[in-house]
Design a protein around this ligand. Structure first.
Ligand code: FES
Length: 163
């Protein structure tokens, strides 16, 4: 990774935007990357503006990778005021915004953000979530997903690195 890109990532991480869960979100998307073990969850809230349903706010939670956090911070700002269709039309490199082009080994970090956004915004996913989740039930946090695996759900195992 170039020093320049590292500086831009550090600048984005110095003041990350929209980190954390959102109570009362309209839609939630979660994705993981099996290769690097990163997970990212995104919450989206809509509002009506001039007769259109636009994104009022989006927040995220992520474990680990600085690049994914930096991209998620920029992307959640970038999609404000856009319709779901407009946000879904953004390409991976556009979501990375002012970070500029990412090196090949870091493109999957932006794709993780794009995947969470897609998962949250694609209508069939949103509808499925609404059907599956009774309104007052809060979504589990990303930490809950790791620490309290549901019966029959995915069991996550952490490696201790041989220490
Ligand atoms: Fe895998 Fe960044 S290293 S998401």
């Amino acid at each position: 990774m170039t020093e320049d890109l590292q500086q831009r990532i550090q600048a984005a991480l110095a003041n990350p935007q929209n980190m954390g869960e959102m109570a009362g979100a309209d839609s939630i998307g979660t994705v993981g990357n099996a290769d690097c073990g990163e997970m990212l969850r995104m919450w989206v809230k809509f509002k009506d503006q001039n007769g259109k349903r636009v994104i009022d706010r989006a927040t995220f939670q992520s474990f680990g990778c600085e690049t994914a956090i930096a991209v998620a911070s920029l992307a959640t700002e970038m999609i404000r005021g856009k319709t779901a269709e407009e946000a879904l039309a953004l390409r991976t490199e556009e979501l990375a915004g002012e970070l500029g082009p990412l090196p090949p080994m870091k493109i999957h970090c932006a794709q993780l953000v794009e995947g969470a956004l897609r998962s949250a915004l694609e209508p069939q996913n949103a509808e499925a979530q609404i059907k599956k989740t009774p309104a007052p039930t809060p979504a589990p946090t990303l930490l809950d997903s790791f620490s309290k695996p549901k019966q029959g759900g995915v069991k996550l195992t952490f490696l201790d690195g041989g220490k």
